[in-house]
Design a protein around this ligand. Sequence first.
Ligand code: AMP
Length: 267
Amino acid sequence: MTDRTDNIIVAGRSGAGKQPRIDVLVKELGLTQLSTGNIFREFVGAFDSSGFKDDIGVFFDPVKGAFVPDRVIEAALRKALPGTKEMRPVVLGLKAKYFMNRGLFVPDSITNELFCEYFSRGSYRGQVLDGYPRTPEQAFFLLDLCRKQGTRLDLVVEVENDDELIVERTMGRRICKACGKVYHVKFKPSKDGKSCDKCGSPLIQRSDDTEERIRTRLREYYDKVVPALELLRENGVPMVKVPGNVEPFTEENVRRSVMDALAPYLK
Ligand code: AMP
């Protein structure tokens, strides 16, 4: 990174400990977090609050491996939810939920379109890309987008951790329903174990944080994310590894481990 930082990608298996490292980059380098997982959760929230209760699996054609056309989904939703004004977020939420609930990645076409929309809002720079790109197709799309927009991918920070530890950490993860702050029942409990220290809202467990889904996500990481990172490396994006576990786990120790790894790239 030379005179300024354009964008940093933070990669790592779901549950490896990306968020505390992202917090450091946001604070120390003044970047903004762009998380595709959070974007999808927002749309799933729009779908959940629409009140649609029927089986969403009927909209997915397993033979074609694709959803039925949007107009078919919209017609069914309109019939069930006559009061709904804006259908796009509900349809997107329905599709994202279908995959997330199975621990699978959302298809590239949906992910790239949404990512591009949010990336453009920040003028394609000054962002920490969290959880994107996650497939070689997404990596190609991102490299091409940055080339066209004249922005850089300065660095990939890969948060490393052990798979079994990830399973333990993820199953114990609790998230504030309102502000998104992340806790852990054993390693980082909130003061009363039930509500957020920051805003007082209830803590919840993500519905995709079950052991089976965590293991599916780990497989998705090896099959798709590892080749995506390789592609970025081949295209000249430097990569550093940071530990997802620091002992003792304090803000200062996390900050130091991240900034030490970044030091050779910062001027
Ligand atoms: P995360 O919060 O990053 O673990 O993401 C939660 C879920 O959102 C993932 O398990 C995927 O189903 C979906 N997701 C997030 N980012 C992507 C992406 N770049 N490509 C495909 N699916 C994604």
